[in-house]
Design a protein around this ligand. Sequence first.
Ligand code: F6R
Length: 369
Amino acid sequence: DKGGWSSFMAKEISEEPEAVANTVRGRVGDDGLVHIPELEGLDELFGTISRVVVVACGTASYAGMVGKYAIEKWTKLPVEVALSHEFRYSDPVIDEHTLVVSISQSGETMDTLMAVKYAAAHGAKTLSICNTQGATIPRESDAVVYTHAGPEVAVASTKAFVAQITALYLFGLHLARVRGTLSEQALAENIAQLQSVPDKIAEVLTQQDEIAQLAHWMSDSRAVLFLGRHVGYPIALEGALKLKELAYIHAEGFAAGELKHGPIALIEPGQPVFVVVPSPRGSQTMHAKVVSNIQEIRARGAKIIAIAEEGDVAVLPFADTVVRVPLAAPLFEPLLAVIPTQIFAMELATAKGLDVDQPRNLAKSVTVE
Ligand code: F6R
């Protein structure tokens, strides 16, 4: 039931604040720190792992890429993110000190299931992050942390993505507490950040009409580029994937630092480019570098849509449009910056008269390798 919305996708985007809030619920203890009940009894195991390998496909793999930055920062464990199908056939180096974390909305993606089975058969411990109770991948894993995004019907993943990042962050904070790699104060500050995300997403959602106008303006574009850096990089990849899937427009996401190593050759007058701008409060250097990328492509005629935090005026002279997101600690920005890209893809597909819930050639769950 679409509950009055024009599509399941529109409904599911509107549910993103709850998807995050419900995933956090029940996982913060009386001490104000993250205690994931499903992971109780695994402290000893978590004490012995020396690395984490995340396996996933598509949007879920981009959630994994975001999670890598947080988990490495908080736990000091090396985290590698692999596409499930590449991992499975790459003769990966894993042993009993490797924790393989799979991410899957459906819990039925065959590529990811095969990666999990391979990991288990080669002695690794497996943990699954999944949105579907009792699905095959969690049943095949040693442990599971469910995302509580609720059923996702639209083929393109939206609310499950923010719930996946949320679950990865909860897992990172749980692991950091168990392994003693973050102070109680830092653990508490990070969970407070996560708890403030739902209201901030709700604020981003109020800009739907402006983003829809942007989509109308770009409905004839033949290609759209997305740039991001650090945690903004996977958001650039995700924004491009959503646009390909829904609007059948050629779209590419790039790490902003790669521009001069090739992609800048694509910039010609009128080329739309979304730029995920990192907060200057995180790293001034990274912010300055991204603003300078914007200047470079603007000088070559690109049309810039900047996704930037409130009050960041550095982008104003160069951006054709600025979509604002509320202030958040840098690691939490992707949970906000992704929302405009999802809305944009949905609105552009709608403007082209396409079925946003059921794009051509795609299935909600890919149960073949
Ligand atoms: C993109 C999308 C896909 C899935 C991927 C993995 O919008 O939905 O890229 O993310 O097929 O699916 P799950 O998470 O079910 O394993």
